[in-house]
Design a protein around this ligand. Structure first.
Ligand code: C2O
Ligand code: CU
Ligand code: CU
Length: 419
């Protein structure tokens, strides 16, 4: 052991959770009854993780957004951990500070495992982010906010099969970090929320009471080149956004509400705090933006269909088939089309393992300002073509898929080989 090594144990376990008055309901979690505590890695450290499966069925441990070598470490379908068994992975953390996540990925049961609670935040720290004037006191002014929704049955029980929908299981009740109607005690003027859409299907259209303005400072893969000021933010499945909320205009006793559409999902209770304004630089960090030319190869990905008819490039996922290849170190264009009907079709959030990419364009137009950073998941609206600049830093077979998790399980997924 050296000071560059860090050791972790993650246990996928069964539990019981009381979400609402009534009875506890069966849930799963990572070292917890439901979800788990954020796992913190530091860029440059050598990470060792023991993965233990204490569930009655096989699961996998997928590091969504993490740069890891090969499919076994990545923890997709290729890396089963059988009930009662454990496995070890190790890798060097080699990426900028970011909010990533860990979730189960045993195809075709990913949706059910995540829905039962096998998801938690992964925070990467580095020396660049550490120099920015951002809140980073975990639990005090820097908190994870995992957004999910559930349908509660009699006695407040959860029932995946009863709620099953091939277009993604949804429910009318928001669960924020596994809590219905949570509140947070605001004891500092600024609070950093590490938002993660951990729902199986739902998009969140977030805004605060009084249309309070907030500042997005990071997207999926880390800090944005420049902060983006908003009053409304949409997140699709698996996307992350770190936002800074400034409560400077409120006084002790006030309450600020977070909404999705017109549904209140979380309350911020204002306490006494010292006032000092945050002076964020207009330029936060440099991020890679490799050159492409008109000769750069273009990979086509068509996401088609809804319900059981979902496909990628006209095919359903097959673990025996490699669908695409890209050479290690090359920068190539991936052009993603959602062939659904503009008026009646669904949005598909497109995700790639093994990379943090850049968004080049949406239907030929510039991407949204908060898409100017590194991303691993991008919303593709019905009828839309989204172009990405993609490069890889590790060899191996990885997956790309729709992150409506029931679509992924239903076959809207492919495999590519980095060679
Ligand atoms: Cu969030 Cu294939 O993963
Ligand atoms: Cu992933
Ligand atoms: Cu989809």
């Amino acid at each position: 052991e050296t000071d560059t090594d860090m050791y972790y144990t993650v246990v996928a376990q069964e539990g019981e959770t009381q979400f609402l008055p009534g009875k506890k309901t069966k849930t799963w979690g990572y070292n917890a009854n439901y979800l788990g505590k954020s796992i913190v890695f530091k860029n440059g450290k050598h990470i060792h993780v023991t993965l233990k499966n204490e569930l009655p069925e096989l699961t996998t441990f997928h590091w969504h957004g993490l740069n890891v070598p090969g499919p076994i470490t990545d923890g997709g379908c290729h890396a089963p951990v059988y009930p009662g068994e454990s496995s070890e992975i190790e890798f060097t953390c080699d990426q900028p500070a970011a909010t990533l996540w860990l979730h189960a990925h045993p195809c075709p049961s990913t949706a059910e495992h995540v829905w039962k609670g096998l998801a938690t935040g992964v925070i990467v720290k580095d020396d660049v982010e550490a120099k920015l004037p951002l809140p980073r006191n975990y639990g005090v002014d820097d908190i994870p906010v995992i957004l999910q929704d559930r349908n509660f049955h009699e006695n407040n029980q959860l029932d995946y099969l009863a709620d099953y929908d091939p277009d993604g299981v949804q429910g009318p009740t928001a669960l924020i970090n596994g809590t219905v109607n949570p509140y947070f005690d605001v004891t500092t003027q600024q609070v950093r929320l590490r938002l993660l859409d951990g729902a199986n299907r739902r998009e969140w259209r977030l805004h605060f009471s009084d249309d309070l303005e907030f500042t997005q400072v990071a997207s999926d893969g880390g800090i944005l080149p420049s902060p983006v000021h908003f009053t409304h933010l949409m997140l699709t499945c698996a996307e992350r956004a770190e936002i800074i909320v400034d409560f400077g205009k409120y006084k002790p006793g006030d309450e600020v509400t977070l909404y999705t559409d017109d549904v209140a999902i979380m309350t911020f209770k204002i306490h006494e705090f010292a006032h000092h304004d945050l002076k964020l630089p207009e330029h936060l960090v440099d991020i890679p933006d490799p050159e492409i030319t008109p000769d750069t190869p273009v990979h086509q990905v068509a996401m088609s269909g809804m319900d059981e008819m979902v496909e990628m490039n006209g095919k359903k996922f097959d673990m025996q088939r490699i669908d695409d290849r890209q050479k290690l170190g090359n920068v190539e264009v991936w052009s993603i089309i959602n062939t659904n009907d503009k008026d009646s079709g669904m949005l598909h959030p497109y995700h790639m393992h093994g990379t943090q990419f850049r968004v080049i364009s949406r239907n030929g137009h510039a991407p949204y300002p908060n898409e100017m950073g590194l991303k691993d998941t991008v919303s593709v609206n019905p009828g839309e073509v989204v172009k990405l600049k993609v490069w890889f830093t590790h060899l191996g077979v990885f997956m790309n898929h729709c992150h409506i998790i029931e679509h992924e399980d239903g076959g809207m997924m492919a495999q590519f080989e980095v060679f």
